[in-house]
Write a protein that binds this ligand. Structure first.
Ligand code: HPA
Length: 279
């Protein structure tokens, strides 16, 4: 038997997969959904749910962030078997980029081919309003980290791969159509990720805007990079819970983020369900 230290990432994933499959019995999820800050209650929409706390699975980190429950929820949405993460792992909790990406690689091992990753974000684009959704069409990785930048990365997939069109066009267009048909304000935009956990300065927000970023938050990009390495279809969606620091004198705080997310949960659910139905 391997000791934890001597196991390769492939061996760890195989063990985690076996544990997940035992708990999932015969369920075979095909869609992964990562629920960001304040958005975890979407898991209540999942029919016939099985809950698996992250700590029941070897090599998974535990959620420490406010409003992140820290469990997998598997069940049915719009006729599809989904595996949702009610809460995620962040770099600002002290997790390495590889630890943040681990559940995405685990989803891939379980046969999941589509990843929908969501978060709460600050809006940088001044035509956006608090409560708007932003469907990602590209990202800027300003975390300084990349889950593939380690010696084991090539066990999982290629070291070098393109992030051109990383966000699936059909899923993006579908999300926009669903939003439009329900009179939900939504945009397609460029998402910029920072490490956090401090919010940005007003000067940083101005700079990110000059770079072409429409939204900013502290997650998502490491998951998306990991998913693209193994060829998953990806959709990313932010809920703008606040304007970026300094815009309209915004001074973001964590409570506001969770409060706005809770208010917007019905609209969030409408978009996600519409997209899942289209898969
Ligand atoms: N900045 C970074 N992360 C965030 C923000 C923000 O303004 N809002 C929600 N998450």
């Amino acid at each position: 038997m391997n000791t934890k230290e001597s196991m390769t990432i492939k061996e760890k994933l195989a063990q985690s997969k076996e544990e997940m499959e035992t708990l999932l019995v015969n369920r075979k999820p095909s869609v992964g959904i990562i629920l960001g800050s304040g958005l975890g209650d979407f898991a209540h929409e999942i029919k016939d749910p099985i809950q698996i706390p992250f700590e029941q699975i070897s090599f998974m980190g535990k959620s420490t962030a406010n409003s992140h429950v820290g469990q997998f929820v598997c069940g049915m949405i719009e006729g599809h078997c989904v595996l949702a993460m009610q809460g995620r792992l962040h770099g600002y909790e002290g997790y390495s980029a590889q630890e943040v990406a681990y559940p995405v690689w685990l989803m891939h091992e379980l046969g999941i081919t589509t990843l929908i990753t969501t978060n709460a974000a600050g809006a940088i684009n001044q035509s956006y309003r608090v409560g708007d959704f932003c469907i990602m069409y590209d990202h800027i990785n300003f975390t300084g980290r990349n889950p593939i930048a380690n010696r084991e990365a090539t066990e999982i997939g290629p070291r070098f791969f393109s992030l051109y069109h990383a966000y699936d066009e059909a899923l993006r267009k579908c999300a926009m159509q669903v939003a439009q048909s329900h009179d939900i304000r939504a945009h397609e935009g460029v998402y910029l990720a920072v490490l956090g956990p401090s919010f940005e300065t007003a000067a940083e927000i101005r700079m990110f805007g000059d770079w072409g970023a429409d939204t900013v938050a502290m997650s998502v990009v490491e998951e998306v990079i990991a998913a693209r390495q193994v060829g998953m279809r990806v959709m990313g969606m932010s809920l703008c819970t606040n304007m970026g620091c300094g815009i309209e004198a915004s001074n973001p705080d964590d409570e506001e983020v969770v409060e706005v997310a809770a208010q917007k949960l019905p609209e969030f659910s409408t978009i996600i369900k519409g997209v899942v139905a289209s898969i």
